[in-house]
Structures are given as C-alpha cells and as structure tokens.
Design a protein around this ligand. Structure first.
Ligand SMILES: [Zn+2]
Length: 148
C-alpha cells in the first residue's frame, strides 16, 4: 500500500504522503543526517545505509537471558572464526531462535553496511552459542558487533 500511494503521488504530493505514512507508523525514516531513507516497518536496520533507526551505527543486542561474559566469549569466537576463515568480518552478526528458543549457528544474518548475507557457522561458534543458553522468551534478539 505504501509503495502504491507513493507511485500515485506527484512530486509535490510525495513529501506529504511520506509525512502521513511516517506519522501513521507505516514507515520509519532513518535519522542519519546524510541518509533520511524511508524504511518499511519490517526493516530493523536502515535498508539504505545499514544504521539503526536513530542513525547510530549498529550495536550489540544482548538478550535478557544471556550472561554478559558469555556474550563476550561469543564475540571472541566470532572474531576468531573470521580470522581463520579468511572471510571478511561483517559489522554485526544476528542470530535467530529455533522452535525450542535456542540460538542457532545456521541461517544467521551477517550485516555488511546495508548489505545482508545469510551464513552458517562451525562448531566453535555453535559451542559458544550453547554456553549462552536458550532465550527466555520467543522473539528475543541477539546481535553481536565485531570490531573493524
Ligand atoms: Zn539510513
């Protein structure tokens, strides 16, 4: 519906239509000054620049159930993984839950700026994930940023 309305709007109308959709909570505008991209509500990070809604660089998302020390151990395992694999380290790795509320090492999302890539990790990362324990609630999020 959002796309349809924007296509139907003339150039002058478009700004108004965008304002209305933002106000109605149908899209959100990236707060990064140089970006200002209007994103669909389903996008967690800006589709154009990869930043968060408030314009800040992507940062850690620590699930309530996780111990901060285990979280740091997971970050170390990821750093080591990318050093050893020769694959370019992403800005951040997002993990997803299976139906038992356990974090899985497969079908993770690597964030390279605005570009996303699915990736499956090896046993070392899977072990570090196991140490984190299951999530308490479905829908918890886990995102680990990596140093550049
Ligand atoms: Zn942006």
């Amino acid at each position: 519906m959002v796309d349809k309305a924007l296509r139907a709007a003339s150039a002058q109308q478009e700004d108004v239509v965008r304002e209305v959709f933002r106000a109605a909570g149908l899209m959100w505008q990236c707060a990064r000054h140089r970006c200002r991209f209007d994103n669909p509500m389903s996008a967690q990070l800006c589709v154009r620049c990869g930043r968060q809604r408030d314009g800040r660089r992507v940062d850690d998302v620590l699930p309530a159930s996780a111990d901060p020390e285990d979280f740091e151990a997971l970050r170390e395992a990821l750093i080591e993984y990318f050093e050893n694999s020769g694959k370019q380290a992403p800005d951040a790795v997002t993990f997803h839950l299976n139906f038992e509320n356990e974090w899985t090492s497969y079908a993770t999302t690597l964030q390279y700026g605005a570009r996303q890539e699915a990736h499956s990790f090896d046993a070392e990362v899977a072990m570090a994930l196991d140490d984190l324990g299951p999530a308490e609630e479905p829908g918890e999020e886990l995102r680990v940023t990596l140093p550049r």
